[in-house]
Design a protein around this ligand. Structure first.
Ligand code: SAM
Length: 324
C-alpha cells in the first residue's frame, strides 16, 4: 500500500543516502549475490595465479562475478572489464547496479522499511515483479537481489520460482540495511565495465580480437552437472545443454596471444577437455552437498608469483608432459 507521503520519503532517503559515504567492503564480502558454483571461496587463491600485467579483462559466464570484484578490489588490471552471462535477470541487475546504484539502494531501503529483512511477503513481491512484463529494469533489479537473498542456494541461478523460498536464507542478516548499503560499493566497482547478455563464444570473439596483455577468466557450468544448475526445470522447454567439446575447441582457439584461466571440475572427461593447458587439481568444499570434490584450474601462461605460489597453494600439478 502506498502512503501519501511516500514520494517525499523517497526524496529524503535519496538525499540522506547520497550525503553518506560509499562503505568499504569487509574482506569476506566477495560479491553482491550468491550463485551456484560461485567462486567466492576460491578467489583469494585464484588471484595469486594471475599473469603479470593485465590490460583488458573478460569474464564470460560471469555469474555473481566474484573474480571480477576481487581483481578490481586489488587493482589487478589497467584496462576495461567485460562481464557477460546468458542469464538476463543477472545481466539486468549488474547494469542497473552500474548505472543507477543510488536508485536501486533507495528502492531496497524502502522495501526493507516496509517489510523488514527476509520473509515471505518481500519474496512474493519480488517473484511477482520478476514475472510481470510491466516491471521496470530498476524494479526487476531490486526484485532479483531480494529473490537472490531469500531463495535457496540451488535455485538462484535458474528460472524464478515461487517454491524457491528458503527460511534459512531469508533472514534479517541476508537482507540487512548494511548488505543493501554494500551495493553502492559494488556499483562503484562496476563503473566503466561492459556488461552484456551474451554467450561465452561471443565474448571469446571479443577477447580474440584484443590479443596481447588481455586476460580471460571463465568458470563455465561443471562437466558433471552440465547446464542443470542454470537451466529451467520445465520439461516442456527445450534445453540448450552446454557443449563441452565446443567449449574445449573455443578455449584452444583463444590461446596463442591471449592469457586464459579456466576453472572446471576434475573428473577424467573434464580433465581431458583442457589437456592442452597447464592443469592444477585441488579439493573444494561444496556448500550444497557438504562434500569435498576435486576441481581443476587450467592456465596457459606462467603466473606472476609462480615460485612462491605453487608450493603454498598446495595444488597438484597434473599438467601434461609438454607443459610441466
Ligand atoms: C559456475 S557459474 C559461474 C559462477 C561465477 N564464477 C561466480 O563466482 O559466481 C556459470 C555461469 O555460466 C552461465 N552460462 C551457462 N552457459 C552459458 C553460455 N553458453 N554462455 C554464457 N553464459 C553461460 C550461467 O548462467 C552461470 O551464471
Amino acid at each position: 500500500m502506498q502512503t501519501r507521503n511516500q514520494p517525499q520519503q523517497t526524496v529524503i532517503r535519496q538525499m540522506l543516502l547520497s550525503s553518506s559515504q560509499v562503505p568499504t567492503l569487509p574482506l569476506n564480502v566477495k560479491a553482491p549475490l550468491k550463485w551456484s558454483g560461485g567462486k567466492a571461496a576460491l578467489v583469494n587463491d585464484l588471484v595469486l595465479m594471475l599473469p603479470d600485467k593485465i590490460k583488458n579483462t573478460y569474464f564470460p559466464c560471469c555469474g555473481a562475478g566474484s573474480m571480477f570484484f576481487e581483481m578490481k578490489r586489488r587493482d589487478l588490471f589497467s584496462g576495461k572489464a567485460f562481464l557477460t552471462d546468458k542469464n538476463d535477470n543477472l545481466v539486468n541487475f549488474f547494469r542497473v547496479l552500474r548505472d543507477h546504484p543510488w536508485e536501486l539502494v533507495s528502492m531496497l531501503d524502502l522495501r526493507h522499511a516496509r517489510y523488514g529483512g527476509g520473509g515471505r511477503a518481500i519474496f512474493d513481491l519480488a517473484v511477482d515483479e520478476l514475472h510481470s512484463d510491466q516491471s521496470t529494469d530498476l524494479q526487476r533489479a531490486a526484485s532479483f537481489w531480494i529473490y537472490n537473498k531469500t531463495a535457496s542456494f540451488s535455485a538462484v541461478s535458474k528460472e524464478i520460482r515461487r517454491n524457491a523460498y528458503s527460511d534459512v536464507f531469508a533472514t534479517e542478516k541476508d537482507i540487512s540495511r548494511q548488505a543493501i548499503r554494500y551495493l553502492l560499493t559494488f556499483g562503484k566497482m562496476l563503473e566503466g565495465t561492459v556488461i552484456e547478455n551474451e554467450c561465452y563464444t561471443q565474448t571469446f570473439r571479443r577477447a580474440l580480437l584484443d590479443g596481447t596483455n588481455s586476460f580471460t577468466f571463465i568458470d563455465p557450468p561443471y562437466f558433471e552437472v552440465g547446464d542443470g544448475l542454470y537451466e529451467p526445470e520445465d520439461k516442456e522447454k527445450p534445453k540448450d545443454g552446454f557443449d563441452f567439446a565446443k567449449f574445449s575447441r573455443a578455449c584452444e582457439r583463444l590461446l596463442g596471444e591471449h592469457n586464459l584461466m579456466v576453472t572446471l571440475d576434475a573428473n577424467e572427461s573434464s580433465l581431458e577437455k583442457l589437456n592442452f593447458m597447464k592443469q592444477y587439481r585441488h579439493s573444494v568444499f561444496y556448500r550444497g552437498t557438504k562434500k569435498y570434490e576435486d576441481e581443476q584450474v587450467a592456465i596457459n601462461y606462467l603466473p606472476k608469483f609462480w615460485e612462491a605460489t605453487t608450493g603454498m597453494l598446495n595444488w597438484e600439478d597434473i599438467s601434461p608432459d609438454w607443459a610441466a
